[in-house]
Design a protein around this ligand. Structure first.
Ligand code: SF4
Length: 357
């Protein structure tokens, strides 16, 4: 199925369709039958699932789990809190803001893969939070806020908009003199690489004053195929940089081998690791979360010194007051007036002079 629209029309979102790809376990079957949330993925992404292993990292991201009904640590009304939707600034539903010079512009709630760990699940997966996706209202707000120089188009998955709608949105943003860059957050290069068509590249690509940066989300090496590599190459040769924003997920990428393989394989298909996000405290996804320190440990034990520094994402926690960096901090062991004692990834120590200010 090479056509992206056909992929979307045939979304794997029922037990019967899923059974065409894998041997569904009784637990998975029960969770699907009881789930009241939106779930599903493309036939392409479903074809990457391990047929017989319920611990397959792709299955865990796609198939509902009964654990989603447990909520011991998640924050209720998470998006309202996290995206500062209830503060004094009057913004359209489409605009989320945590910083002075950049905003997230939420344009739709449809996805090609309904990730079970999604922090926007209240809008996308549970659909308990209803937003008014009025694009013109969002554009007008951006026009009136001259301090906004960077717009992140997000969703849902914005690359599921038609070429015509995307063209409208991007050309209108590019007409705003104070907008200097556009970012797109999309899982499409990973879950629906067929969407990277000539028509889309015409809309997104080419030289322009306002460049487009695309960040995708890939959480395990098994998600990367030849199709991914070709889609990313087409984007890059059209002038669009592609980065990755992985989410740290328990049982999926929280061991040294999976973590290293993921980041090495991303580079092998020209995707630059950008962020590793601590899995956010949205309700019903406790089972995906690790202790906070885990991400820094993985960067220390799987990446630093073990492979090229290009493979190293910045580990952060996204909060209601912005992103908090959580990188490993053990490199400076001691500091005296004369020197620093520093430690490498093997625990070896050396000293460098401390130069007074
Ligand atoms: S593609 Fe993004 S918005 Fe959609 S379910 Fe996955 S994480 Fe959430």
């Amino acid at each position: 199925m090479a056509d992206w629209k056909e992929q979307m029309q045939n979304l794997v979102n029922s037990l019967e369709k899923l059974e065409q790809h894998i041997n569904v376990t009784p637990e998975e079957k029960e969770a699907i039958e009881k789930s009241e949330t939106v779930w599903g993925t493309t036939p392409y992404f479903a074809s990457l699932m391990d047929k017989d292993d319920p611990n397959c990292p792709i299955r865990k991201q796609v198939i509902p789990s009964q654990k989603e009904n447990e909520n011991n640590y998640g924050i209720e009304n998470y998006l309202i809190y996290k995206e500062n939707r209830s503060n004094e600034e009057n913004r359209p539903d489409t605009i989320a803001r945590q910083y002075h010079d950049r905003v997230a512009f939420t344009v739709m709630k449809t996805c090609a893969n309904y990730c079970r760990h999604c922090f926007r699940k209240e809008v996308v997966v549970d659909q308990s939070l209803k937003l008014n996706f009025d694009l013109e209202e969002g554009l007008q707000w951006i026009r009136e806020h001259q301090e906004v120089r960077d717009v992140l188009i997000t969703g849902g998955d914005p690359l599921l908009l038609s070429d015509e709608k995307l063209d409208f949105l991007i050309s209108k943003l590019r007409e705003i003199p104070h907008v200097e860059m556009i970012r797109i957050g999309s899982r499409v290069p990973i879950v629906l690489p067929q969407r990277i068509t000539e028509g889309l590249l015409k809309v997104l690509g080419g030289y322009h004053r306002v460049p487009i940066w695309l960040n995708t989300q890939c959480n395990h090496a098994n998600e990367i195929t030849e199709e991914t590599a070709k889609a990313v190459y087409k984007l890059m040769t059209s002038g669009i940089n592609v980065g990755n924003q992985a989410v740290l997920l328990k049982g999926i990428n929280d061991d040294v081998q999976s973590f290293r393989e993921l980041h090495q394989k991303l580079l092998s298909v020209r995707i630059r690791p950008y962020y590793l996000f601590y899995c956010e405290p949205a309700p019903g996804i406790d089972h995906f979360r690790t202790p906070v320190e885990k991400g820094a440990e993985l960067i220390r034990d799987a990446i630093r010194g073990h492979t090229t520094g290009l493979a190293q994402p910045m580990y952060v926690m996204a909060t209601n007051i912005g992103k908090i960096p959580l990188m490993p901090d053990y490199y400076i062991k001691e500091k005296s007036d004369k020197e620093y004692t520093v430690v490498n990834y093997k625990g070896q120590e050396t000293t460098i002079p401390n130069i007074p200010e």
